[in-house]
Design a protein around this ligand. Structure first.
Ligand SMILES: *[C@@H]1O[C@H](CO)[C@@H](O)[C@H](O)[C@H]1NC(C)=O
Ligand SMILES: *[C@@H]1O[C@H](CO)[C@@H](O)[C@H](O)[C@H]1NC(C)=O
Ligand SMILES: *[C@@H]1O[C@H](CO)[C@@H](O)[C@H](O)[C@H]1NC(C)=O
Ligand SMILES: *[C@@H]1O[C@H](CO)[C@@H](O)[C@H](O)[C@H]1NC(C)=O
Ligand SMILES: *[C@@H]1O[C@H](CO)[C@@H](O)[C@H](O)[C@H]1NC(C)=O
Ligand SMILES: *[C@@H]1O[C@H](CO)[C@@H](O)[C@H](O)[C@H]1NC(C)=O
Ligand SMILES: *[C@@H]1O[C@H](CO)[C@@H](O)[C@H](O)[C@H]1NC(C)=O
Length: 371
């Protein structure tokens, strides 16, 4: 058995025995976390965008969150970022940038940013500025998220001075983005964002990703924890779209092409930019391992969404009038697109401490603990 398969087996057993989910009580491994990306990382950003239709700030989302509270997370409970934050010694993801305004802005800048960090991720968004804008009304693209970070940086620098900004270099910058750009590409005849110009759109995505990473590096980011695109061809909405209920192979092929190109980009940046450190998680392999070896996992339902309607429970988003599955801990998927909180905890633990080649050139905890 490959090393990565043994690891995922071990992970599942750990989860089954309840080793995961024990509260982590060690001190914070890094000064703060700065989070960028899409709905896989969003903890409520879009709740503050009145024009956005990409939202999850209503039940049954959040049903397993403390006090069964919908927070804008696209999950029944904590998402992958929350779990990573917990393994790193935080209580959950840092709060969304947009949740601060007016009277609490100074609390945000003086207390929250330096000790917890900020979450800029916005559901429905992508690497390209145009991704999601037409479909969802309003989302914050990765580029705009970087711009928001630069505002925070200049405010912190002005208020607290050089040492607070210097802490950015020890903090972890976690990025989970790309799925929506690929989804949009396959809806290109209606969207015209990635263009219909053939398969080399992956090159365009990576070149835009490069710009964003270079901008973050310029702003003082040094430690990048990066999550690639999962097996998105296997999410319930894509199974619904295929005649046979199988995974949509072409999307999975592109998720793998994206990973390979991203890996190349990161290796290039680390040789060109002195001090650029990273850990890249292969989300495709991690999710596909589970889907292909169901008997080795804690999940008994790997195809249907837990919350939704119709075929595969995937014909509508999760809403208060949806059909909800009986046991949320045995479903891999929460809704049309997103993993359950249980699946997210597995993904997070994999990113945190998984072996090569699932994580290259190191995992997130090794990245955090580098001198
Ligand atoms: C900041 O204040 C606004 C009201 O001005 C409130 O809606 C929001 O929840 C507060 N954010 C946090 C993180 O406390
Ligand atoms: C994308 O948006 C960012 C931030 O709003 C902007 O700085 C950048 O120029 C835009 N890029 C393109 C290619 O339009
Ligand atoms: C933060 O920085 C921006 C851009 O430099 C500035 O416009 C804004 O007034 C600053 N806000 C605070 C609260 O310092
Ligand atoms: C920088 O981070 C260290 C370690 O987390 C912390 O003790 C220190 O207070 C931080 N400095 C500032 C200015 O926030
Ligand atoms: C998209 O448009 C191209 C060119 O107009 C066409 O060849 C292709 O069949 C269309 N694809 C779909 C899924 O409609
Ligand atoms: C797609 O966008 C390009 C450039 O923005 C434009 O020239 C072209 O007409 C658009 N195509 C469609 C089908 O909307
Ligand atoms: C599910 O598939 C059917 C056709 O089998 C299609 O009409 C419907 O739009 C699909 N639903 C979603 C949400 O993609």
């Amino acid at each position: 058995m490959a090393k990565s398969a043994i690891f995922s087996l071990w992970l599942n057993i750990s989860l089954y025995l309840g080793i995961l989910g024990l509260h982590v009580s060690h001190a914070q491994l890094v000064p703060a976390l700065y989070i960028f990306g899409d709905s896989t990382a969003d903890v409520g950003t879009n709740h503050y965008l009145p024009d956005s239709k990409a939202r999850a700030d209503f039940l049954y989302n959040g049903i397993d969150f403390p006090h069964s509270k919908p927070t804008g997370r696209f999950s029944n409970g904590y998402n992958t970022i929350d779990w990573i934050a917990q393994f790193m010694g935080f209580d959950q993801s840092p709060p969304p940038y947009l949740s601060f305004s007016g009277s609490n802005i100074s609390q945000f800048l003086i207390r929250t940013v330096p000790t917890k960090g900020v979450n800029f991720a916005s559901g429905g968004s992508g690497i390209l500025n145009c991704t999601g804008q037409k479909q969802w009304g309003r989302v914050i693209s990765f580029g705009e998220q970087v711009q928001q970070f630069s505002i925070v940086r200049s405010n912190i620098s002005e208020l607290l001075g050089g040492s607070a900004v210097a802490n950015f270099s020890k903090s972890l910058f976690i990025i989970s983005v790309g799925s929506n750009d690929i989804f949009e590409h396959f809806a290109a005849n209606t969207s015209n964002c990635t263009g219909t110009a053939g398969r080399d759109y992956i090159t365009t995505l990576i070149s835009n990703y490069e710009t964003h990473l270079r901008n973050l590096f310029e702003l003082g980011a040094r430690r990048f924890g990066i999550v690639s695109v999962g097996a998105i061809g296997c999410c319930p909405i894509q199974r619904n779209a295929s005649e046979t209920g199988d995974c949509l192979d072409i999307m999975n092929v592109d998720a793998q092409l994206f990973y390979t190109a991203l890996r190349g980009l990161l290796s290039k940046l680390s040789s060109e930019c002195k001090g650029f450190l990273y850990a890249l998680g292969d989300a495709y392999k991690m999710s596909k391992n589970i889907i292909d070896h169901p008997h080795k996992s804690v999940f008994t339902e790997l195809k249907k969404a837990c919350c939704g309607k119709g075929k595969w429970n995937a014909q509508s988003p999760c809403r208060p009038d949806s059909k909800l599955c009986g046991d949320r801990t045995t479903h891999l998927f929460w809704d049309q697109f997103h993993p359950t909180a249980t699946a997210s905890s597995l993904a997070a633990y994999g990113l945190y401490t998984g072996p090569q080649p699932l994580l290259v050139p190191m995992n997130f905890v090794e990245l955090a603990l580098l001198p």
